[in-house]
Design a protein around this ligand. Structure first.
Ligand code: PFF
Length: 469
């Protein structure tokens, strides 16, 4: 077996974990999901989930990963084979998310080039350019492959070299540009309506679908519920403070999501773009915003898409790493073969996802591959995976052992251990169960119910054959 990798430094781990968390989920998905789920009310529920569920689950993932020194599947399996399925569902989620994530990563990469080759010179066409691009058969596929290839190269070399370096430099750039965009957007006439939409909750907009969307967004954005942070935690040194790491990563991720919202919504309202515009939001709003600034605008927009690509990359490598770590730890692959085999499957899934946006390819209950992968992971697998981890930690692991791991055998103060433990053991599983069931029932109205039920079916099936996995 190859030697287990470990993080180069404290900052290296934080940047890698934050790099995993901060990605397309924050900058691409959060704004359009908030936009189509009513704005402020969604944001409020999302924030509540982040604080009470997200932080607690992140801490649990770090603790379990470091304690067992094994990636997702191994961490469960080493304790009890009946639990292996909980890790395997995480690996499946990794595959499915990587079945559409590189498609969007490819869009970001393509937009670096589009920005520098005249996209901004015809502002009125920006919306059509996006629509035309993603429904085109070949172009997005080539960009997707380019993006996936970057993942392959980085993950093949091991987690701690490439990822740490790229994140350290480009994450601050992304942050800086988002601030510039926000200031620019906020100064446009009519911008205030955007802030109001984003932060003033309209409680009549809340229903179970909105609540499930907020829960899914919290898990997706924080990279939780699929063993990613278990895997990253398994490479973490014993002396690290898990509590502060979890708090910093959660805080950074949420900060970037809110900043992305502030960067998008005021500008959207000023330009008269509908908040329900959907997945094209960033790709239309940002070029629009910089269009009338001339050369400087091109530079800012270009830098934005470079940083977005890198943010996507530091997340997608963590997704790929979950699958690769499983193949290395449990299936005895070499790192190289693990990377090649898994990225090959992911490329095929991405082709299906990308083509589905142009209306080509198989459908499931009237839904194309892109949306099926998104729906299954974001609305079912991640949240249920989080609930399973909570039950596992609360009911299967030993309380003292967890306490020792989290406090580094008493060295680190964690005054609210009892509160955290109560949340993990009782509250989180119950809340997730209620939200998932309510959301699925609501989902039937939008025709998404059957697919979500299939998701639950897959989980039940894996649970039944857990010992054989
Ligand atoms: N958190 C990433 C984002 O917000 O873009 C996506 C993600 C990465 C989800 C890793 C899950 C994961 F395990």
């Amino acid at each position: 077996m190859e030697k287990r990798d470990s993080w180069g430094s404290r900052l290296g781990f934080i940047m890698a974990a934050a790099g995993s968390a901060v990605g397309l989920g924050n900058i691409w998905k959060f704004p359009y999901t908030a936009g189509s789920n009513g704005g402020g009310a969604f944001v409020l529920i999302y924030l509540i989930f982040v604080v009470f569920i997200g932080f607690s689950i992140m801490l649990t993932e770090f603790a379990v990963g470091r304690r067992k020194n094994l990636a997702a599947v191994g961490a469960f399996k080493s304790v009890d084979k009946r639990w292996t399925f909980a890790g395997v569902i995480g690996v499946l989620s990794g595959f499915l998310i990587m079945g559409f994530y590189p498609v969007v990563g490819g869009w970001a990469l393509a937009y670096v080039f589009k920005t520098f080759t005249g996209l901004l010179s015809a502002p009125d066409a920006i919306g059509d350019v996006f629509g035309g691009f993603i429904t085109n058969a070949w172009q997005p596929l080539l960009w997707m492959l380019a993006f996936l290839l970057m993942n392959v190269v980085i993950v093949a070399r091991g987690v701690s070299t490439g990822i740490e370096q790229a994140g350290k430099i480009l994450m601050p750039i992304l942050f800086g540009i988002l601030i510039i965009i926000s200031i620019k957007g906020l100064t446009l006439p009519g911008a205030a309506a955007g802030m109001e939409f984003l932060f003033k909750p309209d409680f009549s907009a809340i229903n179970m679908s909105v609540i499930l969307a907020a829960l899914g967004q919290a898990f997706f954005s924080l990279s939780l519920g699929m063993g990613c942070m278990i895997t990253y935690g398994s490479y973490l040194k014993k002396s690290e403070n898990l509590v502060s790491n979890a708090a910093i990563v959660t805080g950074m991720d949420t900060g970037v999501a809110l900043l992305a919202g502030i960067a998008m919504f005021p500008a959207m309202f000023a330009f008269g773009i509908e908040p329900t515009a959907g997945p094209g939001l960033v790709f239309v709003v940002v070029p629009h915003l910089f269009a009338e600034m001339g050369g400087v605008g091109v530079l800012f927009a270009g830098l934005f898409f470079i940083a977005l690509t890198v943010a996507a990359l530091t997340s997608s490598v963590s997704l790929l790493e979950v699958v690769v770590a499983y193949l290395i730890d449990e299936r005895k692959f070499t790192r190289r073969n693990a990377v090649l085999a898994s990225s090959g499957v992911m490329a095929l899934l991405c082709v299906l996802a990308s083509l589905s946006l142009g209306g080509v390819g198989p459908m499931l209950f009237g839904t194309g591959a892109f949306d099926v992968f998104d729906l299954l992971t974001d609305k079912i697998f991640l949240a249920v995976g989080g609930a399973l981890l909570a039950v596992f930690a609360g009911w299967r692991l030993n309380k003292e052992e967890l306490k020792n791991e989290i406090t580094n055998n008493g060295e680190v103060k964690f005054g609210i251990f009892g509160l955290w433990y109560g949340l993990v053991k009782f509250v989180i599983p119950v809340v997730i169960a209620i939200v998932a069931i309510g959301g699925i029932l609501d989902g039937f109205e939008a025709g998404k119910g059957p697919i979500m039920l299939i998701g639950l079916g897959i989980i039940a099936l894996f649970a039944a054959i857990s010992k054989k996995l």
